[in-house]
Design a protein around this ligand. Structure first.
Ligand code: ADP
Ligand code: TRP
Length: 320
């Protein structure tokens, strides 16, 4: 089974990204042959500053390798290392009804927020379909927000196959429903757009500061507290054993245990949890040549796979 997913280099990853996406991607490596890429062509739809885009792509590569991407099993590359994907997107464009793209939620949301959309934003799902179909993917793990894009991919693949013969494998989406939403420091969903994140690989000072900023109610040190409605406990749960969690809940209910104590306990748990990954990340950051080489080598591997599909597609549609 071939598993493929892409991730946008959209900024510093946080605990929500780790527990909601990155960890799953690492776990899925056990289940089949994985392709994972950094969606830098897609990132261009927001016209990021070029230097910033380069930095984000590189940092995301460090983050993923540090979090457990197994470079012996997973083809980990930059989307733009395979320009063939743009050619396939163009060919798919010619079987894509405009109405299908006009109905895409993510596009409609951007319009509703007042963005003046470029054509890249409009045809974003077609490039995503090309990403998926180019590598003959069977399973595509994505967040809930990408579900419709996956349906568009399937529609386009079926339409193309009906018109030109069975070239594409029809992929299945995989949306890990069991993943709980990680709350941010203000109790809403943790998200870059809400400014309530705890960064995955922040410095000790940044991490401590973010944790100390978690919103709690105004109960004093001696008061009994409700663990079930507390953001600190909700985050502690991600790292603690059932016994450690039960112990914290007990202390909350008994009183004499302040939110500052709980935050300190959360900080220590989180800091220790990510310690090996943080160390690995620092090693990688100190050897940028190695990371570049990994991305380059994997890009070539992905490209040779892509060329095979594209050759069949070109022949099927009547290009030489
Ligand atoms: P953000 O909201 O910070 O911009 P993204 O939309 O880039 O995050 O999300 C990237 C991935 O991380 C998606 O698969 C998404 O489902 C997951 N994710 C983001 N925030 C959370 C969260 N708070 N809890 C669980 N998963 C999350
Ligand atoms: N659109 C996806 C996101 O924002 C990223 C992405 C691009 C992707 N191409 C893909 C995901 C192909 C899965 C498969 O999260």
């Amino acid at each position: 089974m071939r598993i493929l997913t892409g991730i946008q280099p959209s900024g510093t990853p946080h605990l929500g990204n780790y527990f909601g996406a990155m960890r799953q991607v690492c776990e899925l490596q056990e289940k089949g042959e994985s392709f994972l890429f950094i969606a830098d062509y897609h990132a261009l739809t927001t016209n990021p500053e070029p230097r910033l885009l380069r930095e984000r792509v590189f940092n995301l590569a460090l983050d993923f390798i540090a979090c457990g991407i197994d470079l012996d099993r997973t083809v980990f590359f930059r989307q733009s290392a395979v320009p063939e994907v743009c050619e396939l997107a163009w060919i798919l464009d010619t079987v894509t009804p405009v109405g299908l793209l006009e109905r895409a939620h993510s596009y409609k949301d951007k319009i509703a927020k007042g963005f003046s959309p470029n054509n890249g934003l409009f045809s974003y799902p077609v490039l995503m379909a090309a990403d998926i179909l180019l590598y003959g993917s069977d399973l595509v793990p994505v967040g809930k927000d990408q579900k419709q894009h996956l349906e568009i991919t399937r529609d386009l693949a079926i339409k193309f196959n009906n018109q030109y013969g069975g070239i594409f494998r029809i992929p299945e989406g995989y949306i890990p429903e069991a993943v709980a939403i990680v709350p941010g420091t203000d109790g809403q969903k943790m998200s870059k757009s809400y400014g309530n994140t705890i960064p995955l690989f922040g410095t000790e000072k940044e991490t401590r500061k973010a944790i100390m900023n978690i919103v709690t109610d105004c109960r004093g040190l001696d008061d009994p507290k409700d663990p079930d409605s507390c953001n600190v406990v909700a985050l502690f749960k991600l790292f603690a054993s059932p016994e450690e969690l039960a112990e914290m809940c007990e202390r909350y209910r008994a009183g004499g245990y302040g939110y500052g104590h709980a935050k300190q306990a959360l900080f220590e748990k989180m800091w220790n949890y990510f310690e090996p990954m943080r160390r690995r990340r620092a090693e990688l950051a100190a050897d940028p040549g190695y990371v570049e080489e990994v991305l380059r080598r994997n890009g070539e591997r992905a490209r040779s796979e892509a060329e095979k599909t594209l050759k069949r597609v070109r022949r099927a549609v009547g290009l030489r």
